[in-house]
Structures are given as C-alpha cells and as structure tokens.
Design a protein around this ligand. Structure first.
Ligand code: FE2
Length: 387
C-alpha cells in the first residue's frame, strides 16, 4: 500500500482514494449519476407548486389518470441535472398510502443511472441485496427503459435506471408537462450528496452494505467528538462510488445529554430514511438570495459565527458581510473551501431538509461547521419541544 501511495504521490489522498476504489467498484456497478429522487407525498400537485416556486424547479413530465395511470399521480420536476418525482396515491390502501401514513412526506427512491439495469440488479443481488423490483422493461413510441431496484436503509430503495434506448421526456407512461407557470431556476445544478439517518448502532451495517453490495468505499468518518455540542451528538461515515458522483453519508445517533436531531428524525420518520439532499450551486449567494425571496426558510446562524471567520478559514473570494447577511457557513480543508447553508425541514414533520453547497476545491463536508449547525438545529428542536 505504501509503495502505491509513493507512486501516486502527485495525487491528493482524495483523488488517490477515488482512483483506487474506481478500479474496484467499476467492475461490477458503474454508476453514471443520480437519475431521479422520488418522494411519496400527500399532495403531489401542491408539492410540485412548492418546488417550482420556492426552489426554481421546472415542469418536466406528468403521469396520472390522463396518461392511463389509475392508482397514482406523479409530477416530474427538473433543474439542470436534478430530477425530482413527486408521487401521490389516488386510492386508499396499498404501499404508497402506508408509506405516507408511517413516514409523512419523504424520499422513497434514490434512482441511479446505469448502463445496464439487469446487470446492476444481478451483481447487487449476488452480493446480498434485498430485491425491490426485478428488472422490468417498459416501452412506448420513444423507445424503452429497463429499471430494477433494491432496498437500502428503512423503506428507502435504489432503482437502477437504464435509459440508453429511450428518447422520451422521462419514462414510458409519462407525457411532457407544459405549464403556463414557469418561475426561473435558482441555480441548483446537481445532487452533491444525500444523507441517510439510521438507528442506534446501525451505521456500520449500512456502511458495510454500501461497501459490499454496491462496491462503494468509505471516504470520511466522523465520530461523536467531531460532531457534538454540549447536548447532542452523532456519528457519520461517508460512502462514495468509484467515480465520486454518488456520495452517501450515513448518520447514527450518539449518546448526548439531550435528544439528538437524529433521534428526533427517527422518531418522526418512524425509522431510517433520507435526512437531507445536498444540491450544488456555482453561486451560493445568488441561489440563497433567490430562495429566501421565494419563501424558503433557512437555519439561523448567529452573527458571532462570523467574528473569527477569516482567522479560521483564511482568505476567501466572498465578502464576509454578504455571507453574514445570508447566514452562509464556510469551511476549509486541504484542497480548498466550501460554502453551505441548510434549509429548515421542507415537510411538516422535522425530517427532510435541503443543503445548498458551493465547493471551491474542498471535497469535504463542512466539519468545521458541525457545531454551529448543530446549535442552530437545537434552537429549532427547543421550539418544537423535542430536545
Ligand atoms: Fe450534507
């Protein structure tokens, strides 16, 4: 190992790590990117309006009674490379209703774009995955799509999407959704990472799942000393696929004096699930300004956070006063720095939220901001009476 590192000494640890795991992971599960994220929600029509208005998503595709779908309705929204699908059942009973009753609105599917969905299914099943959907081919006049799926933590699933033979708007069964209401995008580009919260002592089980079943490698680990305040704590490990396009941090609660945000999530989501979706922007100030104007609520960061900012992170391109005005957090690692900000939960339960992130070289996850972030969440928990 040390020999290899010497030979690759021109690479940073991060790049070296990715190259190394790419060679291993590429063999059996090459992933081209995130294909879509599907939320099961109580009212897809109204959720779609929210994500268009507040987050700047564009109307993309629709399936429902008008397209021959009898039991559900789905709205597909797009912004640059990010695709959201919002799905609501049309009748009582069934898996969708059960999911919404138990979890509230939340992420059901993290779909991954692959060359070969049958192979992705066979390879992951052979390594111990639990099946959600056998390889299924659907076609219409625009070609065909093959999808297959496996379970991950809780009731969350990964669907592998093979769309190389399809030229329609989204999937067979969907029609283009044109709307007279088209708010401008806010500069959200792609999904940077998606975080899962799992139960007590379950983090390593899921780290192992992503390692063994999906060929991911661990790129970072945080223990409760990294991520704790006077009251609450959590532990986290970040799993990445070979090309680094898919990054899944996994959190579990750790013992603290009071209830951690992860426990609060698990209580309200009734088990493990997606905690936040981090989306990248090239201009966080412009993005956050637009989102605030459109009604998105962000966590409040006290002004004292900015007092020693430049001593902590060194020179940055942005004006500190501007960052302070927007409550944007900054952290630096060996490779550069990043700017980030977190919304309040976007659903009724204190569960799912979004992170807006702009990377300027840094490939890390804002470790230096964890304390400030946690304290901001605790203030919200205090208001909810769940601390
Ligand atoms: Fe994050």
């Amino acid at each position: 190992m040390s020999e290899e590192i010497k030979n690759l000494s021109d690479l940073s640890n991060y790049e070296y790590g990715l190259q190394k795991i790419f060679q291993e992971a590429e063999d059996f599960l090459p992933l081209l990117g995130t294909d879509y994220v599907e939320l099961y929600v109580g009212n897809a029509k109204q959720s779609a309006h929210f994500y268009k208005t507040a987050f700047g998503f564009q109307s993309e595709a629709y399936a429902g009674l008008e397209t021959g779908m009898k039991d559900r309705v789905s709205y597909v929204l797009k912004q640059d490379k990010i695709r959201l699908v919002l799905t609501t059942p049309l009748n009582e009973g069934g898996e969708l209703n059960a999911h919404i009753v138990k979890h509230g609105d939340g992420v059901k599917v993290v779909a991954l774009w692959v060359e070969d969905a049958t192979k992705a299914y066979e390879e992951t099943m052979a390594r111990g995955a639990v099946s959600y959907m056998e390889p299924t081919r659907k076609e219409d006049a625009h070609g065909y799509v093959v999808r297959s799926g496996i379970y991950t933590y809780g009731e969350t699933v990964h669907i592998f999407v093979e769309r190389k033979n399809y030229h329609g708007v989204f999937l067979p069964g969907y029609k283009a959704w044109t709307s007279h209401y088209n708010p401008a995008p806010v500069g959200l580009k792609f999904i940077d990472h998606m975080v899962g919260n799992v139960g007590w002592n379950e983090m390593n089980t899921w780290v192992e799942f992503y390692g063994k079943v999906m060929g991911f490698a661990q790129i970072v680990s945080f223990d409760d000393k990294d991520i704790s305040t006077d009251y609450t704590a959590l532990m986290s490990k970040v799993m990445s696929n070979g090309n680094g396009r898919i990054k899944f941090p996994i959190n579990e609660p750790a013992e603290g004096k009071k209830k951690s945000q992860i426990e609060e999530y698990l209580d309200f989501y009734q088990g493990p699930g997606v905690q936040h979706i981090a989306v990248a922007t090239d201009d966080i100030v412009a993005t956050v300004t637009a989102m605030r104007q459109r009604g998105v609520e962000f966590l409040y960061v006290p002004e004292t956070y900015y007092d020693d900012l430049l001593e902590r992170v060194g020179a940055i391109d942005e004006d500190v006063e501007t960052l302070k005005q927007h409550g944007i957090l900054i952290d630096r690692d060996d490779e550069g720095y990043l700017l980030q900000l977190f919304t309040k939960p976007v659903v009724d339960r204190p569960t799912l939220f979004f992170e807006i992130i702009q990377r300027k070289g840094a490939q890390s996850f804002g470790k230096g901001n964890f304390k400030a972030l946690f304290e901001a969440i605790e203030r919200e928990q205090e208001n909810r009476g769940t601390l």
